[in-house]
Design a binder for this molecule. Structure first.
Ligand SMILES: NC(=O)c1ccc[n+]([C@@H]2O[C@H](COP(=O)([O-])OP(=O)(O)OC[C@H]3O[C@@H](n4cnc5c(N)ncnc54)[C@H](OP(=O)(O)O)[C@@H]3O)[C@@H](O)[C@H]2O)c1
Length: 342
Protein backbone atom coordinates (compact mmCIF):
# COMPACT_ATOMS: atom_id res chain seq x y z
CA UNK A 1 0.00 0.00 0.00
CA UNK A 2 1.05 3.57 -0.77
CA UNK A 3 1.99 5.17 2.57
CA UNK A 4 0.54 8.54 1.60
CA UNK A 5 -2.90 7.01 1.00
CA UNK A 6 -5.10 6.20 4.00
CA UNK A 7 -6.56 2.73 4.36
CA UNK A 8 -10.04 2.64 2.80
CA UNK A 9 -12.85 0.64 4.37
CA UNK A 10 -16.36 0.03 3.06
CA UNK A 11 -19.00 -0.65 5.71
CA UNK A 12 -22.44 -1.99 4.85
CA UNK A 13 -24.86 -1.33 7.71
CA UNK A 14 -22.98 1.83 8.68
CA UNK A 15 -26.19 3.40 10.03
CA UNK A 16 -26.70 0.53 12.48
CA UNK A 17 -25.41 0.07 16.03
CA UNK A 18 -22.18 -1.72 15.08
CA UNK A 19 -21.61 0.30 11.93
CA UNK A 20 -21.57 3.53 13.92
CA UNK A 21 -19.04 2.26 16.49
CA UNK A 22 -16.87 0.70 13.79
CA UNK A 23 -16.86 3.98 11.88
CA UNK A 24 -15.66 5.81 14.99
CA UNK A 25 -12.91 3.24 15.50
CA UNK A 26 -11.69 3.31 11.89
CA UNK A 27 -11.75 7.11 11.66
CA UNK A 28 -9.68 7.24 14.87
CA UNK A 29 -7.21 4.87 13.21
CA UNK A 30 -6.87 7.20 10.21
CA UNK A 31 -9.01 5.26 7.71
CA UNK A 32 -11.11 6.75 4.96
CA UNK A 33 -14.50 5.22 5.67
CA UNK A 34 -17.14 4.61 3.00
CA UNK A 35 -20.61 3.68 4.13
CA UNK A 36 -23.53 2.21 2.31
CA UNK A 37 -26.76 4.01 3.20
CA UNK A 38 -30.28 2.99 2.22
CA UNK A 39 -32.43 5.61 0.62
CA UNK A 40 -35.28 6.35 3.00
CA UNK A 41 -38.03 8.97 3.13
CA UNK A 42 -36.83 10.03 6.57
CA UNK A 43 -33.25 10.40 7.76
CA UNK A 44 -31.75 7.12 8.95
CA UNK A 45 -28.28 8.41 9.84
CA UNK A 46 -28.86 9.41 13.49
CA UNK A 47 -26.14 7.11 14.81
CA UNK A 48 -23.43 8.59 12.58
CA UNK A 49 -24.55 12.23 12.31
CA UNK A 50 -21.93 13.25 14.90
CA UNK A 51 -19.20 11.91 12.58
CA UNK A 52 -20.41 13.47 9.37
CA UNK A 53 -18.56 16.36 7.76
CA UNK A 54 -19.48 17.92 4.45
CA UNK A 55 -17.64 15.95 1.73
CA UNK A 56 -16.42 19.28 0.26
CA UNK A 57 -14.43 19.90 3.44
CA UNK A 58 -10.75 19.20 2.76
CA UNK A 59 -9.66 16.04 4.54
CA UNK A 60 -13.22 14.69 5.01
CA UNK A 61 -12.77 10.96 5.55
CA UNK A 62 -16.35 9.72 5.91
CA UNK A 63 -18.17 9.22 2.64
CA UNK A 64 -21.71 7.90 2.30
CA UNK A 65 -23.18 6.21 -0.77
CA UNK A 66 -26.77 5.27 -1.49
CA UNK A 67 -26.99 1.53 -2.08
CA UNK A 68 -28.79 -1.58 -0.95
CA UNK A 69 -27.69 -5.18 -0.44
CA UNK A 70 -30.49 -6.29 -2.73
CA UNK A 71 -28.98 -4.32 -5.66
CA UNK A 72 -26.08 -6.38 -7.04
CA UNK A 73 -25.02 -4.07 -9.85
CA UNK A 74 -24.77 -1.15 -7.46
CA UNK A 75 -22.47 -3.17 -5.23
CA UNK A 76 -20.18 -3.95 -8.18
CA UNK A 77 -20.00 -0.25 -9.08
CA UNK A 78 -19.22 0.73 -5.51
CA UNK A 79 -16.44 -1.81 -5.01
CA UNK A 80 -15.00 -0.84 -8.38
CA UNK A 81 -14.96 2.90 -7.68
CA UNK A 82 -14.01 2.86 -3.99
CA UNK A 83 -11.38 0.10 -4.28
CA UNK A 84 -11.56 -0.61 -0.54
CA UNK A 85 -8.80 -2.42 1.34
CA UNK A 86 -11.34 -3.79 3.82
CA UNK A 87 -15.06 -4.54 3.51
CA UNK A 88 -17.20 -5.03 6.61
CA UNK A 89 -20.55 -6.61 5.80
CA UNK A 90 -22.72 -5.56 8.74
CA UNK A 91 -25.96 -4.87 6.86
CA UNK A 92 -28.83 -7.23 7.55
CA UNK A 93 -32.44 -7.51 8.52
CA UNK A 94 -31.05 -8.18 11.97
CA UNK A 95 -34.12 -8.75 14.14
CA UNK A 96 -34.83 -12.40 14.98
CA UNK A 97 -38.52 -11.95 15.85
CA UNK A 98 -39.14 -9.84 12.73
CA UNK A 99 -37.49 -12.53 10.59
CA UNK A 100 -40.52 -14.75 11.29
CA UNK A 101 -42.75 -12.01 9.89
CA UNK A 102 -40.51 -11.26 6.90
CA UNK A 103 -38.70 -14.54 6.18
CA UNK A 104 -38.19 -14.03 2.46
CA UNK A 105 -36.89 -10.48 2.80
CA UNK A 106 -34.59 -11.63 5.61
CA UNK A 107 -33.21 -14.37 3.35
CA UNK A 108 -32.69 -11.84 0.57
CA UNK A 109 -30.72 -9.31 2.65
CA UNK A 110 -29.18 -11.31 5.48
CA UNK A 111 -28.40 -14.32 3.28
CA UNK A 112 -28.18 -13.44 -0.43
CA UNK A 113 -26.87 -9.93 0.31
CA UNK A 114 -23.59 -11.53 1.36
CA UNK A 115 -23.12 -13.42 -1.90
CA UNK A 116 -23.91 -10.27 -3.89
CA UNK A 117 -21.17 -8.43 -2.04
CA UNK A 118 -18.65 -11.26 -2.35
CA UNK A 119 -19.42 -11.53 -6.07
CA UNK A 120 -18.95 -7.76 -6.42
CA UNK A 121 -15.51 -8.13 -4.84
CA UNK A 122 -14.67 -10.94 -7.23
CA UNK A 123 -16.09 -9.20 -10.30
CA UNK A 124 -14.08 -6.07 -9.53
CA UNK A 125 -10.90 -8.13 -9.14
CA UNK A 126 -10.56 -6.61 -5.67
CA UNK A 127 -8.21 -8.06 -3.08
CA UNK A 128 -10.14 -6.41 -0.24
CA UNK A 129 -10.27 -8.23 3.07
CA UNK A 130 -13.84 -9.19 3.92
CA UNK A 131 -15.55 -9.39 7.31
CA UNK A 132 -18.90 -11.17 7.64
CA UNK A 133 -21.15 -10.38 10.61
CA UNK A 134 -22.03 -13.90 11.62
CA UNK A 135 -24.13 -14.56 14.69
CA UNK A 136 -24.51 -16.80 17.73
CA UNK A 137 -28.11 -17.31 16.50
CA UNK A 138 -26.57 -19.82 14.06
CA UNK A 139 -26.03 -22.17 17.04
CA UNK A 140 -29.71 -21.95 17.93
CA UNK A 141 -30.72 -25.20 19.61
CA UNK A 142 -27.19 -26.56 20.15
CA UNK A 143 -26.49 -26.34 23.88
CA UNK A 144 -23.79 -24.04 25.31
CA UNK A 145 -20.96 -23.36 25.65
CA UNK A 146 -20.61 -22.67 21.92
CA UNK A 147 -17.30 -22.22 20.12
CA UNK A 148 -16.00 -22.29 16.51
CA UNK A 149 -16.42 -26.09 16.34
CA UNK A 150 -20.00 -26.21 17.63
CA UNK A 151 -22.55 -27.44 15.05
CA UNK A 152 -25.13 -24.96 13.83
CA UNK A 153 -28.85 -25.51 14.46
CA UNK A 154 -30.60 -22.23 13.64
CA UNK A 155 -34.09 -21.65 15.02
CA UNK A 156 -35.25 -18.69 12.94
CA UNK A 157 -35.23 -17.43 9.35
CA UNK A 158 -32.61 -14.94 10.57
CA UNK A 159 -30.37 -17.70 11.98
CA UNK A 160 -30.79 -19.79 8.82
CA UNK A 161 -29.87 -16.83 6.59
CA UNK A 162 -26.77 -16.17 8.71
CA UNK A 163 -25.72 -19.82 8.36
CA UNK A 164 -25.86 -19.41 4.57
CA UNK A 165 -23.73 -16.26 4.79
CA UNK A 166 -21.26 -17.97 7.10
CA UNK A 167 -20.71 -20.86 4.70
CA UNK A 168 -20.57 -18.76 1.55
CA UNK A 169 -17.94 -16.56 3.22
CA UNK A 170 -15.92 -19.65 4.07
CA UNK A 171 -16.45 -21.01 0.57
CA UNK A 172 -15.11 -17.84 -1.10
CA UNK A 173 -12.06 -18.06 1.16
CA UNK A 174 -11.40 -21.66 0.08
CA UNK A 175 -12.54 -21.45 -3.56
CA UNK A 176 -11.12 -18.09 -4.60
CA UNK A 177 -8.60 -17.21 -1.90
CA UNK A 178 -10.58 -14.20 -0.69
CA UNK A 179 -9.34 -12.99 2.72
CA UNK A 180 -12.78 -13.57 4.21
CA UNK A 181 -13.40 -13.98 7.94
CA UNK A 182 -16.50 -14.70 9.98
CA UNK A 183 -16.95 -13.00 13.32
CA UNK A 184 -19.45 -15.16 15.22
CA UNK A 185 -20.62 -12.49 17.59
CA UNK A 186 -22.82 -13.16 20.58
CA UNK A 187 -25.34 -10.51 21.59
CA UNK A 188 -23.80 -7.11 22.06
CA UNK A 189 -25.64 -4.05 23.17
CA UNK A 190 -25.17 -0.36 23.84
CA UNK A 191 -27.15 2.86 24.15
CA UNK A 192 -27.28 2.75 20.33
CA UNK A 193 -29.02 -0.64 20.21
CA UNK A 194 -32.26 -0.59 18.20
CA UNK A 195 -35.30 0.29 20.31
CA UNK A 196 -37.09 -3.04 19.75
CA UNK A 197 -34.24 -5.35 20.83
CA UNK A 198 -34.92 -6.78 24.27
CA UNK A 199 -32.15 -5.06 26.27
CA UNK A 200 -32.88 -1.62 24.85
CA UNK A 201 -36.62 -2.13 25.15
CA UNK A 202 -36.03 -2.80 28.85
CA UNK A 203 -33.66 0.08 29.54
CA UNK A 204 -35.85 2.60 27.69
CA UNK A 205 -38.86 1.43 29.67
CA UNK A 206 -36.93 1.66 32.95
CA UNK A 207 -36.00 5.28 32.21
CA UNK A 208 -39.61 6.14 31.34
CA UNK A 209 -41.08 4.29 34.32
CA UNK A 210 -38.60 5.97 36.70
CA UNK A 211 -39.66 9.34 35.21
CA UNK A 212 -43.36 8.52 35.69
CA UNK A 213 -44.03 8.40 31.94
CA UNK A 214 -44.92 4.71 31.67
CA UNK A 215 -46.45 2.20 34.06
CA UNK A 216 -46.17 -1.20 32.39
CA UNK A 217 -43.73 -3.14 30.24
CA UNK A 218 -44.98 -6.04 28.10
CA UNK A 219 -42.51 -8.87 27.62
CA UNK A 220 -42.33 -12.38 26.14
CA UNK A 221 -39.98 -15.18 27.25
CA UNK A 222 -38.04 -14.17 30.37
CA UNK A 223 -36.15 -17.45 30.68
CA UNK A 224 -33.94 -17.13 27.57
CA UNK A 225 -30.27 -17.21 28.56
CA UNK A 226 -27.94 -14.84 26.71
CA UNK A 227 -24.33 -13.75 26.73
CA UNK A 228 -24.50 -9.95 26.47
CA UNK A 229 -21.40 -7.88 25.73
CA UNK A 230 -20.69 -4.24 24.95
CA UNK A 231 -20.82 -3.25 21.24
CA UNK A 232 -17.85 -0.82 21.15
CA UNK A 233 -15.58 -3.65 22.35
CA UNK A 234 -16.97 -6.06 19.75
CA UNK A 235 -16.20 -3.81 16.76
CA UNK A 236 -12.57 -3.78 17.91
CA UNK A 237 -12.62 -7.59 17.52
CA UNK A 238 -13.96 -7.20 13.94
CA UNK A 239 -11.07 -4.92 13.04
CA UNK A 240 -8.53 -7.27 14.64
CA UNK A 241 -9.85 -10.16 12.53
CA UNK A 242 -8.98 -8.29 9.34
CA UNK A 243 -5.49 -7.40 10.65
CA UNK A 244 -4.77 -11.05 11.48
CA UNK A 245 -2.17 -12.77 9.27
CA UNK A 246 -4.75 -15.18 7.84
CA UNK A 247 -8.54 -15.28 7.39
CA UNK A 248 -10.37 -17.37 9.96
CA UNK A 249 -13.57 -17.63 12.01
CA UNK A 250 -13.81 -16.36 15.58
CA UNK A 251 -16.37 -16.45 18.37
CA UNK A 252 -16.66 -13.11 20.17
CA UNK A 253 -18.48 -13.29 23.50
CA UNK A 254 -18.08 -12.70 27.23
CA UNK A 255 -18.52 -16.32 28.36
CA UNK A 256 -21.06 -15.17 30.98
CA UNK A 257 -24.77 -15.90 31.05
CA UNK A 258 -27.84 -14.06 32.25
CA UNK A 259 -31.54 -14.57 31.63
CA UNK A 260 -33.82 -11.86 30.32
CA UNK A 261 -35.29 -11.86 33.83
CA UNK A 262 -31.81 -11.13 35.23
CA UNK A 263 -31.47 -8.21 32.82
CA UNK A 264 -34.83 -6.88 34.01
CA UNK A 265 -33.76 -7.22 37.64
CA UNK A 266 -30.43 -5.45 37.00
CA UNK A 267 -32.00 -2.61 35.01
CA UNK A 268 -34.94 -1.91 37.30
CA UNK A 269 -32.68 -2.41 40.31
CA UNK A 270 -30.46 0.35 39.03
CA UNK A 271 -33.24 2.90 39.62
CA UNK A 272 -34.37 1.25 42.87
CA UNK A 273 -37.46 -0.49 41.41
CA UNK A 274 -38.69 -4.10 41.40
CA UNK A 275 -39.38 -5.29 37.84
CA UNK A 276 -42.20 -7.55 39.09
CA UNK A 277 -44.32 -4.47 39.81
CA UNK A 278 -44.23 -3.39 36.16
CA UNK A 279 -43.63 -6.32 33.81
CA UNK A 280 -46.61 -8.00 32.13
CA UNK A 281 -46.66 -10.97 29.80
CA UNK A 282 -47.69 -10.68 26.14
CA UNK A 283 -47.57 -13.86 24.07
CA UNK A 284 -47.11 -11.83 20.88
CA UNK A 285 -43.47 -11.45 21.86
CA UNK A 286 -42.88 -15.22 21.90
CA UNK A 287 -41.14 -16.71 18.88
CA UNK A 288 -42.48 -19.81 17.09
CA UNK A 289 -39.17 -21.50 17.93
CA UNK A 290 -37.08 -20.18 20.79
CA UNK A 291 -33.33 -20.25 21.33
CA UNK A 292 -32.94 -21.26 24.97
CA UNK A 293 -29.32 -20.58 25.78
CA UNK A 294 -26.33 -18.91 24.10
CA UNK A 295 -23.03 -18.69 25.99
CA UNK A 296 -19.86 -18.17 23.98
CA UNK A 297 -16.35 -19.51 24.44
CA UNK A 298 -14.09 -16.72 23.15
CA UNK A 299 -10.81 -18.58 23.84
CA UNK A 300 -9.68 -18.53 20.20
CA UNK A 301 -10.22 -14.76 19.83
CA UNK A 302 -8.32 -14.26 23.08
CA UNK A 303 -5.39 -16.43 22.00
CA UNK A 304 -5.03 -15.31 18.39
CA UNK A 305 -6.39 -11.78 18.38
CA UNK A 306 -5.51 -10.77 21.93
CA UNK A 307 -9.14 -9.73 22.44
CA UNK A 308 -10.97 -9.91 25.78
CA UNK A 309 -14.25 -8.37 26.91
CA UNK A 310 -14.20 -5.84 29.75
CA UNK A 311 -17.79 -4.69 30.18
CA UNK A 312 -20.03 -7.49 31.46
CA UNK A 313 -23.82 -7.58 31.71
CA UNK A 314 -24.39 -5.80 35.07
CA UNK A 315 -22.26 -2.83 34.00
CA UNK A 316 -23.81 -2.92 30.52
CA UNK A 317 -27.31 -2.63 32.00
CA UNK A 318 -26.15 0.33 34.07
CA UNK A 319 -24.58 2.09 31.04
CA UNK A 320 -27.76 1.62 29.01
CA UNK A 321 -30.18 2.71 31.75
CA UNK A 322 -28.12 5.82 32.47
CA UNK A 323 -27.94 6.69 28.76
CA UNK A 324 -31.70 6.28 28.36
CA UNK A 325 -32.32 8.44 31.42
CA UNK A 326 -30.02 11.13 30.01
CA UNK A 327 -31.73 10.91 26.60
CA UNK A 328 -35.13 11.29 28.25
CA UNK A 329 -33.97 14.41 30.05
CA UNK A 330 -32.80 15.96 26.78
CA UNK A 331 -36.08 14.97 25.10
CA UNK A 332 -38.01 16.42 28.04
CA UNK A 333 -36.13 19.71 27.98
CA UNK A 334 -36.65 19.97 24.21
CA UNK A 335 -40.38 19.47 24.78
CA UNK A 336 -40.44 22.17 27.47
CA UNK A 337 -38.55 24.53 25.13
CA UNK A 338 -41.02 23.82 22.33
CA UNK A 339 -44.01 24.46 24.58
CA UNK A 340 -42.52 27.67 25.96
CA UNK A 341 -41.64 29.06 22.54
CA UNK A 342 -44.85 27.90 20.82
N1 LIG B 1 -25.97 -6.72 17.73
C1 LIG B 1 -25.83 -8.02 17.95
O1 LIG B 1 -26.00 -8.51 19.07
C2 LIG B 1 -25.41 -8.92 16.81
C3 LIG B 1 -24.92 -10.20 17.11
C4 LIG B 1 -24.46 -11.00 16.07
C5 LIG B 1 -24.53 -10.56 14.76
N2 LIG B 1 -25.07 -9.33 14.51
C6 LIG B 1 -25.10 -8.87 13.12
O2 LIG B 1 -24.15 -7.82 13.04
C7 LIG B 1 -24.60 -6.84 12.10
C8 LIG B 1 -24.69 -5.49 12.78
O3 LIG B 1 -25.61 -5.58 13.87
P1 LIG B 1 -26.33 -4.29 14.45
O4 LIG B 1 -26.76 -4.64 15.82
O5 LIG B 1 -25.49 -3.10 14.20
O6 LIG B 1 -27.64 -4.23 13.50
P2 LIG B 1 -28.63 -3.01 13.22
O7 LIG B 1 -28.43 -1.93 14.23
O8 LIG B 1 -29.98 -3.59 13.03
O9 LIG B 1 -28.11 -2.44 11.80
C9 LIG B 1 -28.40 -3.10 10.61
C10 LIG B 1 -27.87 -2.26 9.47
O10 LIG B 1 -28.15 -2.92 8.23
C11 LIG B 1 -28.74 -1.99 7.33
N3 LIG B 1 -29.56 -2.69 6.35
C12 LIG B 1 -30.64 -3.47 6.58
N4 LIG B 1 -31.10 -3.97 5.43
C13 LIG B 1 -30.30 -3.48 4.44
C14 LIG B 1 -30.28 -3.62 3.03
N5 LIG B 1 -31.18 -4.38 2.37
N6 LIG B 1 -29.29 -2.98 2.34
C15 LIG B 1 -28.40 -2.22 2.98
N7 LIG B 1 -28.38 -2.03 4.32
C16 LIG B 1 -29.33 -2.67 5.03
C17 LIG B 1 -29.53 -1.06 8.24
O11 LIG B 1 -29.85 0.13 7.56
P3 LIG B 1 -31.02 1.11 8.12
O12 LIG B 1 -30.39 1.95 9.21
O13 LIG B 1 -31.39 1.88 6.92
O14 LIG B 1 -32.11 0.24 8.67
C18 LIG B 1 -28.51 -0.87 9.35
O15 LIG B 1 -27.52 0.05 8.96
C19 LIG B 1 -25.92 -7.37 11.56
O16 LIG B 1 -25.64 -8.11 10.39
C20 LIG B 1 -26.41 -8.30 12.65
O17 LIG B 1 -27.28 -9.29 12.13
C21 LIG B 1 -25.48 -8.50 15.50
Amino acid sequence: MNNTQPMRALITGITGQDGSYLTELLLEKGYEVHGLVRRSSTFNTDRIDHLYVDPHTPGARLKLHFADLTDASRLVTLIDTIQPHEVYNLAAQSHVRVSFDEPEYTGDTTGLGTIRLLEAIRAAGSDARFYQASSSEMFGATPPPQNEETPFYPRSPYGAAKVYSYWITKNYREAYGVFASNGILFNHESPRRGDTFVTRKITRAVARIAAGQQSELFMGNLDAVRDWGYAPEYVEAMWRMLQHDEPDDFVVATGTSYTVRDFLELSFGHVGLDYRDYVRFDERYLRPTEVDALIGDFGKAQDRLGWTPKVLTPRLAQIMVEADQAALEVEGSRYVDAVQTA
